[in-house]
Write a protein that binds this ligand. Sequence first.
Ligand code: ZN
Length: 125
Amino acid sequence: MTKKCDKYESLFIFADEETLNKHLQECEDCRREHEKMHKVSALVKEAEPELKRRAAFFNSLKVACVLFLFITGGVFFQTFAPMQLNNSNATMTASISSDMSFDYEDSIIADMGLPTDDYGLLMLD
Ligand SMILES: [Zn+2]
């Protein structure tokens, strides 16, 4: 009964090239293991450009998704968020709209009975 040699991994990782090659010449199991490693390595090298191309594609897809979310999110908040404020909190909406728009009719100066110009500012002669 022969036990399969399990030195290949440790020799591959820890030993120098010469020690590994010397053992490979003596040991059939490790030679087979070494050939398998070469095949896998060749496959990885063959697939590398395709993998990089896919990674680049997925990265650009991610960027496109983030941009799409920013744009749709902005549109959503511009169209639906004020409606929600209208429905849920009327006073909040009133304060926001008065902050955001200039209502020249409600000029404080005009309310005080002072002469104002078209912009609701105090008019001096
Ligand atoms: Zn071996």
